[in-house]
Design a protein around this ligand. Structure first.
Ligand code: ZN
Length: 389
């Protein structure tokens, strides 16, 4: 079915291209002869192949029949692109190479063909050739230089060549400031590699550079907080944790364990910290609410903590919240008749996804900084625990 649709589209594209080419040729005063030109004959031979269900031969003949002139260049580019999308990259390369060899292309047309040819090479894994074409385009004054930089940075990203990706990303950010979010992640990747080499100072400077590029990079903040804790630099932790609470309160549960350790060492007031996180606009994560209730339980007793949770659950009902409330009430002597249903509820709760991509909807139990489904950076966010999923 898909094959048929492709063929239909292909023939339509060719027919339009052929018509345009023919019109252009008439304008310049050649081609039409009393008995039909060579182009006409090629076209009908192609049609014959198509009727005889020989699509490959038909395609070859149609391409030969389609004149390359300023009005049909776009059709040729589209045909090559269609081949590439269909997986017939060899043929796409042939079409685009053939086009690029034409001396009568305008500079923007040549740039478009060069970009498409580079994409063909990428599709078959001929990275060096693709990189050469893309580098040339990226260094030019072409309007497509940002597209070339995006393609180049994607290649290095896929190969985990973070240093090269950063070099290209720094050029791309001048054209597309929103690329800063991704560029900060590349710096975080370098920091993770430095940490694996136990080079704390190098890792710290990569993370500080990430925050300079994207001051809202929660990944850089979390990594830096973990690094400073390991380095015994506890004084640096409160300001980092507070930045997370203010900029990205949905990520507070990710640093709760660290915040608790920090509080145990006397470097952070956990109650104030949680209050600060809960004061941010929007509904807070259930885990932050439960942590605050546990603090309250220790400070003002179980009843006050239960009241706090009940009030918040009325506004923001959730299974996780109810389970947390029951845990607060549990004195270790849970009634046997409610134990089994409670355990079932806990199993159901554990099965719920904890994270979801805001771009493609991918959901899972792990936090990915790059979505494994749509490859978006910073698109996977922690679920707050009260969503109806
Ligand atoms: Zn996604």
């Amino acid at each position: 079915m898909q094959e048929l649709m492709f063929l239909g589209l292909f023939v339509l594209a060719l027919a339009i291209g052929w018509f345009l080419g023919r019109r252009e040729a008439i304008k310049v005063g050649f081609m039409l002869k009393p008995n039909g030109s060579a182009v006409d004959r090629q076209y009908f031979i192609g049609l014959n192949y198509l009727l005889n269900e020989q699509p490959d031969e038909a395609i070859e003949t149609f391409i030969r029949a389609l004149e390359v002139n300023p009005e049909t260049v776009e059709t040729h580019i589209a045909i090559g692109k269609l081949f590439c999308q269909r997986g017939d990259v060899e043929r796409a390369i042939k079409v685009h190479q053939n086009l690029l060899a034409r001396p009568n292309l305008t500079a923007p047309q040549a740039d478009r063909v060069q970009l498409e040819l580079a994409r063909d090479y990428l599709a078959v894994g001929m990275h060096q050739r693709a990189e050469r074409l893309l580098e040339e385009l990226a260094g030019s004054i072409s309007l497509l230089r940002a597209d070339a930089l995006v393609d180049l940075v994607t290649v290095y990203e896929q190969q985990h060549e973070w240093q090269r990706a950063i070099e290209i990303g720094r050029r791309l950010i001048r054209e597309q400031p929103q690329f800063g979010v991704t560029l900060a992640h590349y710096h975080c990747e370098m920091a993770v590699a430095a940490l694996q080499q136990r080079d704390v100072n190098q890792a710290r400077s990569w993370l500080q550079a990430a925050l300079k590029i994207d001051d809202g990079s929660v990944r850089a903040m979390i990594l830096l907080a973990e690094l400073e804790e390991k380095a015994g630099n506890l004084k640096a932790l409160p300001s980092l944790l507070q930045r997370i609470a203010i900029n990205s309160p949905e990520f507070v549960p990710e640093v709760l364990a660290l915040a608790r350790r920090c509080a145990d060492n006397g470097a952070l007031n956990l109650t104030s910290y949680l209050d600060q996180a809960l004061a941010q606009p929007g509904q807070p994560p259930v885990k932050t609410l439960l942590a605050r209730a546990q603090q309250m339980c220790g400070e003002r007793g179980r009843e006050a903590a239960e009241m706090f949770m009940l009030q918040r659950l009325e506004v923001q009902p959730s299974v996780a919240g109810v389970l947390g409330l029951l845990e607060l009430r549990d004195d270790g002597q849970a009634q046997s008749e409610v134990l089994a249903p409670l355990q079932l509820l806990e199993v159901l709760q554990r099965k719920r996804p904890q994270y979801r991509c805001e771009h493609c909807g991918f959901a899972g139990h792990s936090l990915y900084w790059q979505c494994p489904s749509c490859q978006g950076w910073s698109t996977v966010k922690p679920l707050k625990g009260h969503e109806l999923v």
